[in-house]
Design a protein around this ligand. Structure first.
Ligand code: ADP
Ligand code: MG
Length: 280
C-alpha cells in the first residue's frame, strides 16, 4: 500500500477504526481501517454499495461513533474536539441532495455558520455562489426551483461556507447527467487547489476517481483493500478488486474506440470518391 506520508503532513489518521451494527455487533460496516490522509491531498474512496464508504466518512465528522479504534484530525481524536470546531473545520457534502426544502438557497448555504451562532453576510453568500459558478441571485430561490446540478453546486457552496480545511463529499455527483457531472467534478478539483483543501470524495465511479484524485482508496466489505495512485492502478497495481473496478471504464473506452474504428472503416469503404460525407 502507498502509505508513505510522514506524521508532519498527516491531516487525518484512521487508527484501526471499526464500526459494527446489530444487537451483538454482527454487522461489520467498517472492519479495522488504518490509513493516513496527507494535508492537501485529493482522495477518492471507491467500492461497491455497502462496502462501508459512507460509514467511514461519517466517523470523521462524528455523525457515527467508532465501535473501536480512533479517527485523529490534526493529531486529535475527533470525538474529543468541540462539535462547533469540527463543524467549522470539516465541510460535508451529503449523499443525495440534502438541502432543506423550506429554506431559500442563501439560508441553506448559511446554515452551518448559523448553527455556530454566526450570520453570513449577503456578500459572502453571493461570493460562495459565484465560487460554484451560480448567479448570486439564486440565493433567493427555493431548492425545488433549481436543477439537480445547481442543487449539488449549492451543496458544495454550503460545505465551503465555514472555510473548512477538510472537505468530505459522499457521492456528490451520483444523480447527475454525465456532462454536468464532469463539469462539477472539475470545478471541485479547482476549488480544492484554490483553497488548499484536503478532500475525500466517495464515489462508485472509478473513472471519476482516476481522473480527479491523487490517491484512490478501495473498500470491500468494510476493509481497505487498495490504496494507490491513479497511475499505479492504471499500471495494474492494487489487487484483484481494484483491478475489477478499473476494468469497467477501460473496457468501455476500448469498446468505444473499436466502434469508432469500425465506423471509420465502413465510411471510408462506402465513399471512396470524396471525404466530405465521411466527417459526419
Ligand atoms: P456504502 O456507503 O459503501 O454503500 P455504508 O457505509 O452505507 O456503505 O454501509 C456499510 C454497511 O453497514 C452496509 O451493510 C449497511 O447496511 C450497514 N449499515 C450502515 N449504517 C447502518 C445502520 N445505521 N444500521 C445498521 N446497518 C448499517
Ligand atoms: Mg454510501
Amino acid at each position: 500500500m502507498g502509505d508513505t506520508n510522514s506524521d508532519a503532513e498527516t491531516l487525518l489518521h484512521f487508527e484501526a477504526v471499526e464500526r459494527r451494527y446489530g444487537a451483538r455487533g454482527e454487522v461489520i460496516a467498517v472492519g479495522g481501517v488504518t490509513c493516513r490522509i496527507a494535508r492537501g491531498s485529493f482522495v477518492a474512496l471507491v467500492g461497491a454499495s455497502g462496502s462501508g464508504k459512507s460509514t467511514l466518512l461519517k466517523m470523521v465528522n462524528t455523525l457515527v461513533e467508532p465501535s473501536a479504534g480512533r479517527v485523529l484530525f490534526g493529531g486529535k481524536d475527533v470525538t474529543e474536539l468541540k462539535p462547533s470546531t469540527l463543524r467549522r473545520r470539516v465541510g460535508y457534502v451529503f449523499q443525495g441532495i440534502g438541502l432543506f426544502p423550506h429554506f431559500r438557497v442563501g439560508e441553506n448555504i448559511a446554515i452551518g455558520p448559523r448553527l455556530a451562532g454566526e450570520t453570513l453576510s449577503p456578500e459572502r453568500i453571493a461570493e460562495l455562489l459565484t465560487l460554484v459558478e451560480l448567479e448570486p441571485e439564486m440565493a433567493d430561490r427555493m431548492p425545488d426551483e433549481l436543477s439537480g446540478g445547481q442543487r449539488q453546486r449549492v451543496g458544495v457552496a454550503r460545505a465551503l461556507a465555514g472555510d473548512p480545511e477538510l472537505l468530505l463529499m459522499d457521492e456528490p455527483f451520483g444523480a447527475l447527467d454525465p456532462i454536468t457531472r464532469d463539469a462539477l467534478g472539475e470545478r471541485v478539483r479547482e476549488l480544492h487547489e484554490e483553497f488548499g483543501l484536503t478532500t475525500i470524495m466517495v464515489t462508485h465511479d472509478m473513472a471519476e476517481a482516476l481522473l480527479l484524485a491523487d490517491r484512490v482508496l478501495v473498500m470491500d466489505a468494510g476493509r481497505l483493500v487498495a490504496d494507490e495512485r491513479p497511475s499505479a492502478l492504471l499500471a495494474g497495481k492494487g489487487g484483484a478488486i481494484a483491478q475489477r473496478l478499473v476494468a469497467v471504464p477501460r473496457d468501455q473506452a476500448e469498446k468505444l474506440a473499436a466502434l469508432e474504428q469500425r465506423i471509420a472503416r465502413k465510411t471510408h469503404a462506402s465513399s471512396p470518391s470524396s471525404g466530405e460525407g465521411a466527417a459526419s
